[in-house]
Design a protein around this ligand. Structure first.
Ligand code: HEM
Length: 468
């Protein structure tokens, strides 16, 4: 490649190797440092491990707007395939990807999404009742990250399987845990090897156990298929000319794996910021008091759509802390991006994290200011371009509406029912290669909102959470 058309980046073997290794281990800090030095679009690595980070909003627009045939994912996600399966849309390319994604898409139709609103609020109520108790004014010290994880897991399992299997949410979540923590490890730890008693072997065993459970559910779902059911599994099974059983299993595991740690991290970051930024929590509470009935029976999709301030808080949290700091795709041909020419085979890592912190797009980019998303006008086009935590186009996040719903409703309900105080003075640093989450969790003290008590929600059958 003509050097003038290669993106800027470190020079020399050692500097390149160091930068590439840092990026694929703990990406956020190296992203900050390398972009400060070389600009938001830069190249690192040598030989077969060459990657180009694309963080300039205009360049990202070009990448995400390019025909999908210019990229492939199967090779990039080959380690993940062991967990999500070879039939997963996440690891598919071309026509196979298009077909699998199109068959899953109706599962996220408006009718289904609307039916999940009361479910998310009911699960939040249940967690509050289990954790703080119904009447106690005593404070409880917890890790909000771990609590959010339990909550998101319960929601995703109920959304996927409906009420019946949803009552086994904790059991299923625990079954899947080894597979999910394997997928989140730094890339170098995932190198294929056949040894038993390792995380890789545990992940394989976990996937087999999940498959057995899914086979039972599939048989049940096919035997008494209800076209009015709103769970995702019914949608996957109900499609004419649809997915094979193996493909259904792979999409179910994909949706859990792609939606679990991401949404947990997103809610956790939002809570960190909303509790730490003066005025944000009290405004969430005031809005929830006005729009969300305390009786979950009266909560519906209309109430959700009226939570405008909460929506602004969600967008701001995703701008500053997108759970995926970057997302990979490999070039199948040469591609011009801005002034640069990228070679075939280059790993392109487009970065919502860098765009969300781009000083040319956002005033005071490192400050948490949800007001910036209120009353937006067409002059905000530059920042709209720089906000893409879910990606854009035919490979964008298929679960974004569910994720935004959880991010909106969970904190609103918590604010409505609890006083939350952070027990840490600083905003935690991010950690995690695949999903960036707050280091050390989110230590907080919870108590029932002063002077409030409410009736418990009915138990849907799983074990209580022990506050950590
Ligand atoms: C805040 C939470 C979430 C964030 C920030 C997020 C972000 C993303 C991003 C950045 C991509 C890749 C886009 C690309 O590479 O171009 C993606 C893909 C995907 N996400 Fe999410 N996601 C979230 C939650 C969810 C949930 C809840 C689900 C499912 C229930 C889900 C399912 C998927 C799937 C299946 C894909 C692959 C789509 C495809 O290959 O066509 N995600 N997500």
């Amino acid at each position: 490649m003509n050097d003038a058309r290669r993106p800027p980046g470190p020079k020399g073997i050692r500097a390149n190797a160091r930068a590439a290794l840092a990026l694929v281990t703990e990406p956020c800090r190296p992203l900050d440092e390398l972009s400060a030095r070389y600009g938001p679009t830069f190249a690192v690595g040598l030989g077969p491990l060459r990657l180009v980070v694309v963080g300039d909003p205009e360049h990202v627009r070009e990448v995400l707007g390019t025909d999908l045939d210019a990229f492939r994912w199967r090779r990039v996600f080959r380690n993940l395939a062991m967990v999500v399966g070879r039939g997963s849309m996440l690891v598919s390319d071309g026509e196979e990807h298009r077909r699998r994604r199109a068959l899953v898409q109706p599962g996220f139709a408006r009718r289904r999404l609307d039916s999940w609103v009361p479910l998310v609020v009911a699960e939040t109520d249940r967690l509050i009742d289990e954790t703080v108790g119904h009447r106690s004014a005593e404070p409880v010290d917890v890790d909000l990250y771990e609590l959010t994880r339990v909550l998101v897991r319960r929601v995703v399992v109920r959304v996927l399987f409906g009420q019946e299997l949803g009552s086994r949410a904790d059991e299923i979540g625990e079954l899947l845990e080894p597979a999910m923590s394997y997928a989140g490890q730094p890339v170098l730890r995932q190198l294929p090897h056949p040894f038993p008693f390792t995380k890789r072997a545990e992940a394989r065993a976990a996937r087999r156990a999940v498959d057995r459970l899914l086979d039972e559910e599939l048989a049940r779902c096919r035997a008494d298929h209800d076209p009015a059911a709103t769970d995702l599994l019914s949608a996957l099974v109900g499609a004419d000319d649809g997915l094979s059983d193996a493909e259904v299993r792979d999409q179910v595991v994909t949706l859990i794996a792609a939606g679990y740690d991401t949404t947990t991290a997103a809610v956790a970051w939002l809570l960190v910021r909303a509790v730490a930024t003066p005025g944000v929590w009290s405004r969430l509470r005031a809005e929830a008091d006005e729009k969300l009935d305390l009786d979950v029976e009266n909560v519906d999709a209309d109430a959700f759509s009226e939570l405008g301030w909460s929506g602004a808080v969600v967008r701001e949290a995703l701008r500053l802390h997108p759970p995926g700091a970057f997302a990979p795709r490999e070039l199948t041909r040469a591609l011009g991006v801005g002034p640069y020419q990228l070679r075939r085979g280059t790993l392109v890592m487009w970065s919502p994290y860098l765009m969300g912190r781009d000083a040319g797009s956002w005033a005071h980019p490192l400050e948490f200011r949800p007001e910036r998303f209120e009353g937006r006008s067409s002059s905000d086009a530059r920042s709209d371009l720089a906000w893409a935590p879910f990606g854009r186009g035919p490979r964008s996040c298929i679960g974004f509406a569910l994720a935004q719903m959880e991010m909106t409703l969970i904190p609103s309900r918590l604010a409505q029912r609890l006083d939350i105080e952070s027990t840490e003075s600083a905003i935690p640093a991010p950690t995690g290669m695949v999903v960036s989450r707050p280091t050390g969790g989110v230590a907080a003290r919870l108590r029932n909102r002063a002077g409030e008590a409410r009736a418990p929600v009915p138990d849907v059958g799983s074990d209580p959470v022990v506050p950590g």
